[in-house]
Design a protein around this ligand. Structure first.
Ligand code: N01
Length: 523
């Protein structure tokens, strides 16, 4: 018998446990993995690294933690983030309420939430907090024949803890999103030969990652409060000066100089944040997209390969751009082959490798699927969630997710979704969004004092319409991205995150709370 059950012990679940415990609640966390860390527990592929700077991709809730933790690199690698989260779990004595190796299969509400695990274990609580992450359910391999493959295969999102030795092997990587783009340069260094199967080229910028100098870290720590405040006031949760001009207001030379400076900054916001209209005006966006394509032509020696690696199907930034370390240069190696599986799709996995529709055969010892996730809704619909009157979340979201503030779902009382669809989540620095959601949920539970809360259908309808309207005013819906659900066959095409920015979103959430949770029914 608990007051609250939290599903997931990643960045969200760990902080939620800490906050809810602080309210004096009895809390239990179920975590599928055999360690804490969520995303950073599972994604151990070579080169896995965050694309937000370490000093910003970290909790702000504890000034002591902020001061004592020493980040060693500008962009933290997966092992360092996992070590940080392990430290957080120990430092705040979280482990005693976390049950590892326990996947939640189902949960139903009858005044309390009754949770059933894969092993058949049962637990119940007044409140259920889904801290299950936005990119945590890998897409199954979509090509026939995998079972016949004679070599080894891996998905980047389920990487073996002991690592993979590629030495001397013929390796094939399918997918050129962030996971592919980060792992390809490192796999290429180890493999005997690497073949990259690319369906859609992606925009990527150099990370210019480097060790974090002690004096830089000291300066950040001396003014951390101000840095965090700035981050919360931005659109993306990454501290940066806001753009003030349209890309059309400046001449091409000035624009190019600005993009060049953004490129050299090595950051997601360096170019995308240069002008106000890059994500809303196609012609403005084209200026930035063409700048990045010109860089690809500089980096890749073979013009035909450079052309194949140059994205043209979507505006820059409408699919998550990547931050890489030597990605495009990798294609200058003699032992790396680039295969266009848009022109000639993968038809079959064979005992020896891959065969394309046109009949080309690629012999491979190891296959790496960097093919992405059932994003944003996948981890929520993976659990058989049943709200009032047995209503199923899977059924309710068949035509796309509908939620109030991305935090709650009508018909599902006392259920909270951390960074759920309809919140800024994946368009932002996730830690900023996670802390804001968890703080809002904790304040709400304190206010409820055991009462029941449920989003009204009207408030949910209005919010879902607002999310769609804000999304439709941007270029995002023009891309076949996972933001749109377009990467999963059969998934409804809906722009899922809230593009209004973290600052506005926080303000709206605070207004709802200040009006005694307007849009919710409390009983
Ligand atoms: O997944 P993706 P990801 N046949 O969906 C291809 C975060 N992240 O794991 O575009 C052939 O982006 C697919 O092709 P297409 C970040 O938010 C962050 O790389 O569908 N190809 C695409 O190229 C990121 O956006 C970090 O045509 C197939 C690739 O596989 C998100 O996670 C690091 C295919 C999938 O790309 C997801 O990234 C890693 C098929 N059947 C991840 N199916 C950092 O912090 C899919 N593809 C840096």
């Amino acid at each position: 018998m608990f007051d609250a059950i939290i599903v997931g012990a990643g960045l969200s679940g760990l902080y939620a446990l800490h906050r809810l415990r602080g309210l004096g609640l009895r809390v239990k966390v179920f975590e599928a993995g055999d360690g804490v860390g969520g995303t950073w527990h599972w994604n151990r592929y070579p080169g896995a690294r965050c694309d937000v700077e370490s000093v910003d991709y970290s909790y702000s809730f504890s000034p002591e933690l902020e001061q004592e933790w020493i980040w060693t690199e500008r962009y933290p690698g997966q092992p360092e983030i996992l070590a940080y989260l392990d430290h957080v779990a120990d430092r705040f004595d979280l482990r005693r309420d976390i049950q590892l190796g326990t996947r939640v299969r189902a949960a139903r509400f009858d005044g309390r939430w009754h949770v059933t695990t894969e092993a058949g274990e049962q637990a119940s609580a007044r409140y259920l907090v889904m801290a299950t992450g936005c990119l945590s359910v890998p897409k199954p391999v979509e090509v026939d024949g995998l079972a016949s493959f004679g070599g080894e295969w891996y998905h980047t999102g389920r990487w073996p803890h002991e690592g993979v030795d590629f030495t001397g092997r013929r390796v094939g990587v399918v997918g050129t999103g962030s996971s592919g783009i980060q792992s390809i340069p490192i796999i290429a260094e180890q493999a005997g030969h690497l073949t990259v199967f690319q369906r859609t080229p992606n925009f990527s910028l150099p990370a210019f990652n480097r060790p974090l100098a002690p004096e830089t870290l000291r300066a950040v720590k001396a003014a951390y409060g101000e840095r965090r405040r700035l981050a919360r006031e931005t659109h993306s949760g990454i501290p940066a000066e806001p753009a003030v001009q349209s890309a059309h207001e400046v001449d091409p030379d000035e624009r190019r100089a600005r993009y060049q400076a953004g490129w050299e900054r090595g950051s997601l916001v360096g170019i995308l944040g240069a002008y106000t209209d890059l994500l809303i005006d196609r012609a403005a966006n084209d200026t930035a997209a063409e700048f990045v394509r010109s860089k690809i032509r500089e980096l890749v020696e073979d013009p035909a390969k450079a052309d194949l690696l140059s994205p043209r199907d979507h505006p820059f930034g409408t699919k998550r751009p990547c931050l890489d370390s030597g990605y495009f240069e990798t294609f200058n190696r003699d032992d790396v082959t680039l295969v266009d599986v848009r022109a000639d799709p993968i038809a079959q996995i064979t005992p020896k490798g891959l065969r394309t529709a046109a009949g080309a055969e690629y012999e491979l010892d190891t296959l790496v699927f960097a093919t992405g996730f059932d994003a944003m809704t996948g981890a929520l619909t993976a659990v058989d969630l049943r709200g009032a009157d047995g209503r199923s979340l899977r059924r309710t979201w068949e035509a796309g997710p509908r939620a109030y503030l991305g935090l709650a779902v009508a018909g599902f009382p006392n259920l909270f979704t951390v960074t759920g669809p309809g919140s800024p989540s994946v368009l932002s620095n996730m830690v900023v969004s996670i802390e804001q959601h968890v703080d809002w949920i904790a304040d709400c539970l304190a206010f409820l004092d055991g009462r029941t809360i449920e989003a009204t259908a009207e408030a949910q309808q209005a919010w879902t319409a607002h999310v769609a309207e804000v999304g439709a005013a941007t270029l995002y819906p023009t891309a076949d991205s996972w933001y749109m659900g377009a990467n999963v066959p059969g998934k409804p095409r809906v722009f899922m995150p809230y593009a209004g920015g973290v600052a506005l979103y926080r303000q709206l959430c605070e207004e709802v709370a200040a009006k005694d949770y307007e849009g919710f029914t409390i009983t």
